[in-house]
Design a binder for this molecule. Sequence first.
Ligand code: FES
Length: 85
Amino acid sequence: MNVSVDGEPMTAAPGQTVAGLLLAAGRSSWRSTRGGGRPRGVFCGIGVCFDCLVVVNGVPDVRACQRTLADGDRISTQHGAELPS
Ligand code: FES
């Protein structure tokens, strides 16, 4: 499957999550915190902590560890979170 991450074309395997793709590409963080801009990526890996938020096809606050990629997905890094703190 063909996807993009911050505009860079990448190839994903069927069933691969967004976090799996990013980790396999050598990225350990893809979001920065609202207060302080600290880097975040996978922490729990099971959908509980919301540290791994990413923008998928223009929709913010998608948990990268839970979202399975689809052909044509456009992934973007995210600053902070749209969710209330
Ligand atoms: S890593 Fe905790 S919700 Fe994704």
